[in-house]
Design a protein around this ligand. Structure first.
Ligand code: GLA
Length: 726
């Protein structure tokens, strides 16, 4: 049993192979947090200390005892108004206009299997793989109930948390803030690692010390955003890639979120992950409920590398679903950077001929195939194939492409409408807008109100009519602006940010249900909605609109801390690069794109015969590494934001095969030799370099490293495949 309840001292213990999570119901019914960290035995309630602290109030249940204060005690789900002045997990505006929520224990139950969340993505696991603990708390005055949910995936070292809030009172309450996880630490000095960025430069890690007060980040853009990823790592000050304690929190949600890391007056740390409280006033009538999206928690006592591999595995095995959950992904040739809006059926067919010739599995027809869409100013919402532009029907084009032995994929952006479109002219009220105000434009387009069923149903039908026209095996689902007009003509303001995201999930659930064979790749101007919520439907996400290999090294480095390589859409594009103007060798571009699902985003017509030959070889190589890359263990061997080189490697789970990747980032006159130390190998095993036949002990490669050649060249890349010699 992974979950234990000790009746005598009312302690819950959640055990995974390497971690323990403990909490306790105190004498007054408060649910206190006791411990989360490396696996321990026994009760951790000895960690709780009580002193009379000035200006930290005491619950009246404690009588004359001035030492018992919610302002100091670690808690599982702190509500506003109980004498805890730190950030709350929950703020409820009650029918009587007060903002108090004093949650006390009512009951609990433990079950085999993992809970699911209605309308929301969540970690899934079989009865053998997981257990669920539900704890019911209630504010006896307002009768607001919170069902705290804990999923324990023992073998994966993963614990999940969520909360379902129900109004059991008679008046209407408003949920003003709701987190799904709160982690309180009574002691310790921590760093917060978060993943910040912007369009074309997403998820750049930032490590900073927690200080007195709060460090808060999140999104108010309607999507999880390019700017702040909904994930965080709390690491000990001395924690490195290989050593030390660290905790990860990954929010399984694709909309507005908020993460807060607070250090209180006594140096205690609280981290909250949940829904963004701005633009959120969720009304609950009698018996109304709100499900707070899930947070996945992981702990590693072996540094950040161990934490990453835990999350990678969890997402691969327990977030992805459907046909591509454990399948290798096709290598793509995408039309976007090849020709942007300037294509027709023949040029797409030509791309497919090139794909066939180069060994590429699939051609993707990106933006521009529907309605009136010669640039990005019009046509969104009119999901009818522009047969005049293509010069043929979609069905006949796909048939011809399939005839070459090449699969076909297509781009869509279902949540959007252009003002210059038939859909908008017919249904201007379907766009999100605030009454009496002109909506804010983004990429000259508006956002459809996906919180409304009729809007979703209309778009769903239109998209299905396209997908039914032929053998479409892949869809790239895009979302190319931030939401700004949070107001639904049907649902008002308070709930639209959340209901919109649930609408998107509902659409995706229906789409994956109707087309179970389809591979969906998520996208939002690249990585603007790169989160575990989307990964539940789209096991692949276009990592960034920036395809420059050198920038991608940083983007993919940050992404790797919590998300698996198999979700990372990564392509080789033309040089000079369209986003940066930089020219990097074809080899280096391919090594960087191989840290992902791999593909091309260029016009093969413009390549020389030598380059075509090189691409054929890259495709062949990627196919031979694909299992290792997409399913293996992943190790960051350097920090490309600081070091002279970027180095990372993939290792098979049994440790018998590995692929080292290095890109030199600096070149200087008379340069010092750079030694890269490998990881994840078996110490006593002998590995052969597949290219040269040279043999090395695992202990040598990991202990002393391997020298990288010194070359007079910018950004040279090296790959080394190592195979255990038996
Ligand atoms: C976004 C995507 C690109 C491309 C364009 C099409 O920017 O990230 O890859 O699909 O839209 O408009």
């Amino acid at each position: 049993m992974a979950i234990h309840y000790q009746q005598e001292n009312r302690i819950f213990s959640l055990h995974t192979v390497h971690s323990t999570y403990q909490m306790k119901i105190d004498d007054f019914g408060f649910l206190l947090h006791l411990y989360y960290g490396g696996k321990i035995s026994g009760s951790m309630d000895y960690l709780l200390t009580c002193y009379d602290r000035g200006f930290s109030g005491n619950p009246s249940d404690a009588g004359e005892d001035r030492t018992y204060s919610m302002d100091v005690l670690p808690q599982e789900y702190p509500g506003m108004g109980t004498g805890d002045y730190r950030s709350s997990a929950l703020i409820i505006h009650n029918a009587d206009e007060s903002d108090c929520c004093d949650l006390r224990y009512v009951s609990h139950n433990i079950q085999k299997g993992k809970y699911a969340l209605e309308g929301l993505p969540a970690v899934h696991a079989s009865k053998e793989e997981a257990e669920t603990l539900e704890i019911l708390l209630e504010d006896p005055v307002s009768r607001v109930q919170v069902r705290l949910l804990y999923g324990v995936l023992e073998k994966e070292d993963i614990i999940t948390r969520s909360a379902v809030i129900r109004n059991c009172g008679t008046g209407r309450v408003i949920v003003e803030k709701a987190a799904s996880a709160c982690l309180d630490f009574v002691a310790g000095e921590y760093d917060i690692i978060s993943f910040q960025g912007r369009h074309m430069m997403e998820r750049i890690p930032q490590r900073r010390e927690t200080g007195y007060g709060s460090y808060v980040f999140g999104s108010r853009r309607g999507t999880s955003s390019h700017q702040h990823n909904p994930a965080v790592i709390l690491a000990g000050r001395d924690t490195t890639e290989e050593h030390g304690d660290c905790y990860g929190m990954v929010f399984v949600y694709s909309g507005n979120f908020m993460c807060e890391a607070e250090k209180d007056q006594f140096g205690q740390t609280r981290v909250l992950m949940g829904l963004q409280s701005d633009l959120f006033h969720y009304p609950l009538g009698q018996n109304g409920t709100l499900t707070v999206p899930e947070t996945i928690l992981g702990f590693s006592g072996e540094g950040l590398g161990g934490l990453s591999n835990r999350f990678h595995r969890c997402i691969r095995e327990h977030i992805y679903r459907g046909r591509y959950r454990n399948r290798l992904r096709p290598i793509l040739l995408n039309s976007w950077e090849a020709s942007y809006f300037d294509f027709n059926g023949e040029t797409i067919y030509k791309l497919a001929e090139d794909a066939a010739e180069l060994g590429i599995d699939m051609v993707v027809m990106d933006d521009g195939w529907f309605g009136k869409r010669e640039d990005d100013n019009s046509g969104l919402g009119d999901w009818q194939v522009n047969e005049r532009k293509l010069g043929c029907t979609l069905g006949s084009l796909i048939e011809r492409i399939n005839g070459l032995g090449v699969k076909f994929g297509i781009w869509i952006e279902p949540e959007m409408v252009s003002e210059d479109s038939s859909l908008y002219r017919e249904h201007p009220d379907w766009a999100l807008r605030i009454p009496g105000r002109k909506p804010v434009r983004g990429r000259n387009q508006l956002v459809l109100d996906f919180s409304r069923k009729e809007v979703r149903e209309y778009v769903f039908d239109a998209i299905c009519k396209v997908l039914d026209q032929g053998n479409i095996e892949y869809v790239k689902w895009d979302m190319n602006r931030s939401i700004s007009d949070f107001y639904s003509m049907e649902n008002g303001q308070g709930r639209v940010a959340y209901d919109y995201v649930l609408g998107v999930y509902d659409f995706l659930e229906k789409l994956t249900g109707r087309y179970p064979e389809l591979l969906l790749e998520g996208c939002s101007g690249g990585g603007g909605r790169f989160d575990a919520g989307m990964m539940y439907y789209t096991p692949q996400i276009w990592c960034s609109d920036n395809t420059d290999a050198v920038d991608r090294i940083q983007i993919q480095y940050g992404t790797s801390f919590l998300y698996p390589v198999s979700v990372v859409g990564s392509h080789v594009s033309a040089v000079p690069n369209h986003q940066t103007g930089r020219s990097v060798s074809l080899h280096t571009r391919s090594v960087v794109a191989m840290a992902g699902t791999f593909g091309y985003e260029l016009n093969p017509e413009k390549l020389t015969a030598e380059e075509r030959e090189a691409i054929r070889e890259q495709v062949r190589q990627y196919k031979s590494y694909a299992e290792l890359i997409q399913g293996g263990m992943y190790y960051r061997l350097s920090n490309p934001l600081e070091d002279v080189c970027a180095a990372w490697m993939f290792v098979s789970e049994s440790g018998d095969r590995a692929l080292l990747n290095v890109v030199m980032l600096e070149v200087h006159g008379n340069m010092a030799v750079n030694y890269v130390k490998l990881r994840g190998l078996k110490k006593d095993a002998v590995y052969e370099d597949a290219a040269t036949g040279k043999c090395y002990y695992g202990s040598a490669l990991m202990g002393a490293g391997i020298p990288m050649p010194v070359r007079q060249e910018e950004y040279p890349a090296y790959q080394m495949e190592l195979i255990e010699k038996l």
